[in-house]
Design a protein around this ligand. Sequence first.
Ligand code: FES
Length: 194
Amino acid sequence: MNHREEMFIGKTADISQEVCDGDRITSSSRRSFLGLLLGAGAAGVGALLSVPLFRFLLHPLLTATSSSSWKEVGSVEDLASVTSPVKKLVKIEQRDGWRKIVSEKALYVCKDATGRLCAFSSVCPHLGCSIAWHDEKSNFLCPCHNGQFTPDGKLLGGPPPRGMDQLEIKIEDGLLMVHYQNFRQLVRHKEVIA
Ligand code: FES
């Protein structure tokens, strides 16, 4: 085999090597494109399936904290004889995210100027301390900063910005029901917060 023939054979081998490399590149790009397509499809299906799961998990967080509810505080017949405010405790269930908190809240059942039953939250509208009824002084007192209130919840003195927060009531089957709610502190007008 002469030198020319050897060169020709060498070039032919180079060309066929390049053709093979080209085939390999084309087939590898095809494989990576298919891989990308499959990956994107799997990610899309995963995202679709995870939506209900996320909604389920996040539901408690997206739901506002709630604590208000109607609570029974006693028979109207028994309460009809009250002459001064009577302290009552009610159990309140509060949902905060995933947690359910049950706590006891105090309120006062009173009579208004016309003799009708009424109820007040014992939470001071100043900074949230517990207001107590003082029989000897015939008024409500808040021990934290000496807030004072009349027997029907009006502000008498001290730093609270308003009187005691009156709660809604209703009578059902001879029972006094109170709509327990929480109110914003440090504001002049009563504002429900939960
Ligand atoms: S918290 Fe009641 S007077 Fe300040």
